[in-house]
Design a protein around this ligand. Sequence first.
Ligand SMILES: Cc1cc2nc3c(=O)[nH]c(=O)nc-3n(C[C@H](O)[C@H](O)[C@H](O)COP(=O)(O)OP(=O)(O)OC[C@H]3O[C@@H](n4cnc5c(N)ncnc54)[C@H](O)[C@@H]3O)c2cc1C
Length: 336
Amino acid sequence: MEKILFLAHTQADGTLANSALEALGAALALGGELTVGLVGAAVQAAAGQIGGCGAARWLAVEGEPFGHPRYATDASAAEAIARAAGADLVLAAHTSRWARALPGVAVRFEGRVDTHAASIAMVNQVPAVTRWFYRQRMQAVLTRSARPWFVLLDSGCCPAWSGQPGAAVNIERIATDAATRTTVTGLRAPQAGEQTIRPDARLLFVAGAGWTKKQSDGAVHADKAEELILGFLRASRASLGGSKSLVDQGGEGQAVLTCMTHLNQIGQTGSTPRHPKGLSTCCHGEEPHVVGWRFITERRAINLDANCGWARGKADVLYVADAFAVMERLNRLLDA
Ligand SMILES: Cc1cc2nc3c(=O)[nH]c(=O)nc-3n(C[C@H](O)[C@H](O)[C@H](O)COP(=O)(O)OP(=O)(O)OC[C@H]3O[C@@H](n4cnc5c(N)ncnc54)[C@H](O)[C@@H]3O)c2cc1C
């Protein structure tokens, strides 16, 4: 039986993110002996959060230097924990932090790493990983004989572990090298305004370039568009996506939505998020955009054009309507 290590770093508040709980759920579903490895400035809250998961062993690298996302300290912590655990299989959430550090750690072990895994399960008594290729058009099932095997699991693919927080667990704290030439001086977010990308949201709200085009009165209403979109996001806690045409406009000096950056772009050259539902507004629904909706389970769109791309089997429901009017009414209903 494989020795499995579930590796997680804490969030700024010391707890584990939902994506880490999903990776934990996947690790437990494999069966066998599980070691939990935690990294952070302080790990007690995280250990308490998953204390009831039944892990056989708890390891941690703890201290202020390990609270920051930084290659040197993250790799050092992960390596120390993986060596202490003697794991064959190391499972972690595909966070930006682990995606940066764990491939390098795998090299230190002469092991192997697979990122963006969509699932992991025992098949014929060996772990098998599924992974999408060619912009989510083909799925492969991978097994590997090399060990240790580091697997980074994409968020939104597995049910999150939802057991009881446990009583105090016995954590073995491991000392490791915290030396680094990189000093974290602060955090500069790509958006000056509010956070609009919420991977855990139940709804993806997509804004297309139509929001910044001339409307029936012959004028552009970008300010109104932004007010309606942000009002809806605040009330619904949806995640904001954009079409390429819309996010590209900033560089062309056209009317823009200031809440939108290239990070919001959905599609072939953008992201492929996982949300149970999606609502597209003022977006034509062309294939390079809709390919980014691969994992959106229920799709709806609002477009003035009854012949838009969404009408061609890409949406479950198409509302042929003015998105300005629909969103205004929807926001009023949400406010009420
Ligand atoms: C190699 C390649 C890669 C690409 N990658 C991506 C990608 O990753 N993501 C992506 O999005 N695109 C991508 N594109 C571009 C894509 O093909 C489309 O050009 C783009 O998605 C169009 O954006 P849009 O639908 O927002 O804008 P438009 O095509 O301008 O459509 C605007 C829509 O808004 C509607 N509208 C206007 N006013 C209203 C209103 N008041 N109410 C309701 N509807 C209204 C209009 O009817 C229209 O359908 C790629 C293209 C190429 C060639």
